[in-house]
Design a protein around this ligand. Structure first.
Ligand code: DX5
Ligand code: ZN
Length: 226
């Protein structure tokens, strides 16, 4: 089984105190920092740009997992790589040539991911499996934190687990992850769990317990806890 990681999505952090929020969420057990980039065009919301990635890069040594919800995407990949991203994930609908986008990310020395919206079929990535390091299953329609988990993502995770067996590919899930949904997604094959509102609720004193609750539910589903 691939190692489990819990990824705080800083979209749900106190944006006026981003540096502190990143430090506190990682000190509280968050493994990798998930950064949602939204353009108000590909998704109906605007969030952060590459300057935010650069700013977060300065306050943590953790990996930065940058989820690009922008179209066109190709012309921004180099900038997000230079800003300090470790993993760059694109949506197949965000550019004309997914293979070219993934090749560019890898040429820049970064890990390449593809995100599948709830209605995007797994066939979209079937022929680029040699070109990806990560597959991200969106379990909500992208654009906002705090939405309800879409259960059909469990079937998609199961299919991707079978498709990627034996390959060096992380299976990430993003949207509506809580202590209640963490078990089912981990059982279906997700090993990187992104969570925004479920981690950042309750203020910094609650982050460690919030992260531990998600991690424990996932570990139990993976048979790692008795
Ligand atoms: C949604 C983003 C998510 C979001 C998740 O478009 O990709 O990363 O922050 O938020 P929660 O965990 O609150 O559903
Ligand atoms: Zn995201």
């Amino acid at each position: 089984m691939r190692p489990l990681a819990i990824l705080p999505s800083v979209l749900a952090a106190d944006l006026a105190n981003m540096g502190e929020a990143v430090r506190e969420a990682t000190a509280a057990g968050g493994d990798i920092v998930h950064i949602d980039v939204m353009d108000g065009h590909f998704v109906p919301n605007i969030s952060f740009g590459q300057d935010m990635v650069r700013a977060i890069r300065r306050v943590t040594d953790r990996k930065l997992d940058v989820h690009l919800m922008i179209a066109p995407v190709d012309c921004y990949i180099e900038g997000f790589a230079a800003a300090g991203s470790d993993i760059i994930t694109v949506h197949p609908e965000a550019g004309p040539h997914l293979h070219r986008s993934l090749a560019l990310i890898r040429q820049l020395g970064k890990k390449a991911g593809v995100a599948l919206n709830p209605a995007t079929p797994v066939a979209a990535i079937e022929h680029v499996l040699d070109d990806v390091d990560l597959l991200l299953v969106m379990s909500v329609d992208p654009g906002f934190g705090g939405q309800a988990f879409i259960a059909s993502s469990l079937e998609k995770l199961n299919i991707l687990r079978a498709m990627t067996a034996g390959r060096d590919i992380e299976i990430e899930v993003d949207g509506g992850i809580t202590p209640e949904t963490a078990g089912p997604v981990a059982a279906a094959g997700a090993n990187w769990l992104v969570a925004g509102s479920a981690i950042f609720k309750g203020g910094s004193a609650a982050y460690a317990a919030n992260i531990a609750a998600i991690r424990k539910a996932a570990q139990r589903a993976r048979g790692e806890l008795v």
